[in-house]
Design a protein around this ligand. Structure first.
Ligand code: MG
Ligand code: MG
Length: 253
């Protein structure tokens, strides 16, 4: 059984949620052809530390950077590098903060310049599938209701759901129970209760669902090397409808 958070804890988590959201927006401002992914990481780490927080990914199981930056066929867990973004790329930016004893965690996949129509559709559908999942994250539902909502939406457009990675509970630790898969059956899995804080994070592939681990031991790539998208928000389960603790509003305003 996963213990729901107190309202006091949820407020601290919301501070983290706002900070990761604003960090993603700062990164988004400079995404353009010609920029290296290391530069995105530098902007994020500076912004997080300037706000008195710690980039929680840095050093997590030995991860070497503040952001996971995953370009094109990299689904998640890419390293920032001297790779120069080019027109038509997509870049997934996953950001974690640790602040006042709690964690924030969110991700957004940005288009670099102009992307082809199928890729634009992949981004739109992956983000929309996240909101489908959030709509299912209500008191009394089960984790499988979230996965089912994400999966049925994404697959209805012919895209596929990565099975090897999933969302998660979040709190004083970045990854807490329950796991929140992006596929599943209605009515199955752990019960969702008012006050549980979870990250929902669809990882959706344009082609096949198969992925493999890069030889660097971190980056997860699509087996067919088609593009993958990743959007993540932190929410608190409530009665009736979930409350978002992080948001894309700062990016999309
Ligand atoms: Mg994340
Ligand atoms: Mg996460």
């Amino acid at each position: 059984m996963v213990a729901p958070k107190t309202e006091e804890e949820i407020l601290l988590m919301k501070e983290n949620g706002i900070l990761v959201s604003r960090t993603l927006a700062e990164v988004g401002k400079i995404i353009a052809p010609g920029v290296t992914t290391l530069e995105l990481n530098r902007v994020a780490e500076t912004f997080i530390r300037d706000h008195g927080a710690v980039p929680s990914f840095l050093g997590y199981d030995g991860f070497p950077a503040a952001l996971c930056i995953s370009v094109n066929d990299v689904v998640v867990h890419g390293f920032p590098s001297d790779y120069v973004l080019k027109d038509g790329d997509i870049v997934s930016v996953d950001c974690g903060t640790y602040y006042k004893g709690y964690n924030g965690d969110s991700a957004y996949t940005f288009a670099v310049g102009e992307v082809d129509p199928e890729t634009a559709k992949l981004l739109e559908v992956t983000k929309a599938s996240l909101y489908e999942g959030i709509a299912a994250a209500v008191d009394g539902n089960r984790v499988g209701d979230i996965g089912h909502a994400v999966q049925s939406y994404a697959e209805s457009f012919g895209f596929s759901v990565v099975r090897e990675l999933e969302g998660h509970g979040i709190g004083t630790r970045m990854h807490e129970a329950p796991g929140v898969p992006n596929y599943g059956r209605k009515g199955q899995g752990p019960k969702l209760r008012n006050g549980m804080t979870i990250c929902i994070e669809p990882m959706i592939n344009a082609g096949s669902k198969s992925v493999y681990l890069d030889k660097n031991g971190w980056a997860v790539r699509t087996a067919d090397h088609k593009n993958a998208a990743h959007f993540e928000l932190t929410v608190v389960v409530r009665k009736g409808h979930a409350e978002q603790l992080s948001t894309f509003d700062f990016i999309e305003c």
